[in-house]
Ligand binder design. Structure first.
Ligand SMILES: Cc1cc2nc3c(=O)[nH]c(=O)nc-3n(C[C@H](O)[C@H](O)[C@H](O)COP(=O)(O)OP(=O)(O)OC[C@H]3O[C@@H](n4cnc5c(N)ncnc54)[C@H](O)[C@@H]3O)c2cc1C
Length: 435
C-alpha cells in the first residue's frame, strides 16, 4: 500500500500543547535562543481558556492571553496548529498527524503541556439529546450556540460551573438552578480561602453577579434526566428532598481530569492520576518535562508558572524564585479546591444496570462487574475501546469502581492509516530515566 512519506522536522525543544502552559514554555525557551516547535491539535494557540476565534466577530482572547500570544509570535517559536501528536518514542521522536499526513518531529527535549478534560459521570438519561458537559456548553456558547429563552439547568461540581452559568445567563438563557454537589460548608469554606487571592475572589464574585437571579445550590445534584426524544427535565435532590426542574438543556460536569495519555505512553511516573515532576517540572523520563494540568488540575496561573519553569529548565536557563512562589501559591489553592469539591459517594450510586457507561461502544453498567478492572472490562465488553479510547468512560469507571487507568497504546488519538503506517518505521535508543 502506498503511504505518503512523512514530513520531518527537527527542533531543540518540542512542546506538545499550545494552552497557557505550552505557550509560556515555548516563549521562554525560544527567547533563550532555542529552536522551539509547538504542536497543537487546535486551530490556533490558546488551549481551553485562551480559546479565541479567528475571523471577524469571533471571541477575542482575554488580555493576559493576548500578551502571551503576541510574545509567542515575536519569540521565534514555530507553532503547528491542527497537528495531533499520536505517538512518541524515546530519542525523542514524536509522530503527529497534520492535514491527514504523518509528521515526524525529532527534538532533544520534550515539554508535555496536554491540559485536562472534563469529567462526565453517568446517570440515567445522560445520553439524551440536550444533556451536555459544562465545558462543552462553554465551547458551544463561544462558537455561537443560541440559548436565548431556553430553560437551562447547570449541575455538577467545581468552579467551572460559575463562568458557564454566567455566560449562559448573559446569552439570554432562562437559567433554572446551578446545582453544586459539594456541601455548603465546604464550598463556602473554599470561598473564604479566596480572601488570600483577591483576583480570584473578584472573578468569582463577577461570575456570581452574572447569574444573580438564579439560585446557586451547594449540596444538590442530578439524579436523572427525563425526556422522550430530548431532555425535558432534570430530577434533582439535596439528599432530603427530590424535585423536578423542567429544562431544554442540562449541562453537567464533575470537574476536570488531567490528560495524561502522552506522558503515560512515554513512561512518565504518575501519582493520583497526575504526572510526577521535580522542582524544575522534569518528569522521571530523561529529556521530558511536563507542565500545567497534566501535573494536576490547578488553573491558569499554575499553568503559566509551570510552563515558564519547564521552558527555562529545558533551555538550561536559571529559574527565578518568583516563578516557584507563583507555582506554590497556585498549587496550594488547588489542593484546597480539591478537598472542597471532593465528589460525594452518592454519585457512584446514580447509574442503574441499564445506564450506558461507555457511549462509544454502547456498554451499560449492568454488563460490567465491579471486580474486573479497566483491562478486563475492555476485553469483556469493549468499554473504552471506541472512538474516544476511554477518555470519557475511563475516568467514570475509575470513579465508580476505584479502578486504575489502563496502559496506554499508540495511537493516543484517532489517526489515519497513512500515519499509522509511519509508526514504528524509525528505531530509537531506549529511554533513560532522570535521576
Ligand atoms: C472544558 C474546559 C473548560 C474550562 N473552562 C475554564 C474557565 O472557564 N475558566 C478557567 O479559569 N479555567 C477553565 N478551564 C481550565 C483551564 O483551561 C486550565 O486551567 C488552563 O487552560 C490550563 O492550561 P494548560 O496549558 O495546562 O491546558 P490547556 O489550555 O487545556 O491546553 C492543552 C492543549 O494541549 C493540546 N493537546 C492535548 N493533547 C494533544 C495532542 N496529543 N496533540 C496535540 N495537541 C494536544 C490541546 O489541544 C490544548 O490546546 C477549563 C478547562 C476545560 C478542560
Amino acid at each position: 500500500m502506498w503511504s505518503p512519506a512523512a514530513e520531518r522536522l527537527d527542533a531543540d525543544i518540542a512542546v506538545v500543547g499550545a494552552g497557557p502552559a505550552g505557550i509560556a514554555a515555548a516563549v521562554v525557551a525560544a527567547e533563550h535562543g532555542r529552536r522551539v516547535l509547538v504542536l497543537d491539535e487546535g486551530l490556533r494557540p490558546g488551549g481551553q481558556i485562551w480559546r479565541h476565534g479567528g475571523g471577524e466577530g469571533a471571541p477575542r482572547a482575554p488580555l493576559p492571553a493576548r500578551r502571551w500570544l503576541a510574545r509567542l509570535e515575536r519569540s521565534g517559536a514555530r507553532v503547528l496548529d491542527g497537528t495531533t501528536v499520536v505517538d512518541g518514542e524515546p530519542g525523542w521522536s514524536l509522530l503527529a498527524e497534520r492535514e491527514g499526513r504523518p509528521l515526524r518531529v525529532r527534538a532533544e527535549a520534550l515539554i508535555l503541556a496536554t491540559g485536562a478534560r472534563e469529567r462526565f459521570l453517568p446517570f440515567p438519561g445522560w445520553t439524551l439529546p440536550g444533556v451536555l458537559g459544562v465545558g462543552g456548553a462553554q465551547a458551544l456558547l463561544k462558537s455561537g450556540l443560541p440559548v436565548a429563552g431556553r430553560r437551562v439547568v447547570v449541575a455538577g461540581s467545581g468552579p467551572l460551573l460559575l463562568p458557564v452559568a454566567a455566560a449562559l445567563a448573559g446569552a439570554g438563557a432562562s437559567l433554572r438552578v446551578v446545582a453544586e454537589q459539594a456541601p455548603a460548608h465546604r464550598v463556602y469554606g473554599f470561598a473564604a480561602r479566596l480572601w488570600r487571592s483577591p483576583v480570584r475572589l473578584a472573578l468569582a464574585a463577577r461570575y456570581r453577579y452574572g447569574f444573580l437571579r438564579t439560585a446557586y445550590r451547594p449540596g444538590c445534584w442530578v439524579l436523572r434526566a427525563e425526556g422522550d426524544d430530548a431532555v425535558g427535565a432534570a430530577i434533582l435532590t439535596d439528599g432530603r428532598r427530590t424535585w423536578r426542574e423542567a429544562c431544554d438543556l442540562l449541562c453537567v460536569g464533575y470537574g476536570l481530569v488531567p490528560a495524561t495519555e502522552l506522558p503515560r505512553l512515554l513512561g512518565c511516573d504518575l501519582t493520583g492520576g497526575a504526572v510526577v515532576v521535580d522542582e524544575n517540572q522534569r518528569t522521571a523520563v530523561e529529556g521530558v518535562w511536563c507542565a500545567g494540568e497534566p501535573v494536576g488540575v490547578a488553573g491558569v496561573e499554575a499553568a503559566v508558572a509551570e510552563g515558564q519553569i519547564a521552558g527555562l529548565s529545558a533551555a538550561r536557563a536559571a529559574v527565578p524564585a518568583g516563578l516557584r512562589r507563583s507555582r506554590a501559591e497556585a498549587r496550594s489553592l488547588a489542593a484546597v479546591m480539591d478537598r472542597a469539591f471532593l465528589l460525594r459517594a452518592e454519585l457512584r450510586r446514580l447509574p442503574d444496570a441499564g445506564t450506558i457507561v461507555c457511549r462509544c461502544e454502547d456498554v451499560s453498567l449492568g454488563e460490567i462487574e465491579a471486580g474486573w478492572g479497566t483491562r478486563h472490562a475492555k476485553l469483556a465488553t469493549r468499554a473504552g475501546m471506541g472512538a474516544c479510547q476511554g477518555r470519557v468512560c475511563g475516568a467514570a469507571l475509575q470513579f465508580l469502581f476505584g479502578w486504575e487507568a489502563d496502559r496506554v497504546r499508540p495511537p493516543i488519538l484517532p489517526a489515519s492509516v497513512a500515519t499509522l503506517m509511519e509508526a514504528g518505521t524509525e528505531a530509537a535508543p531506549p529511554a533513560g530515566r532522570n535521576t
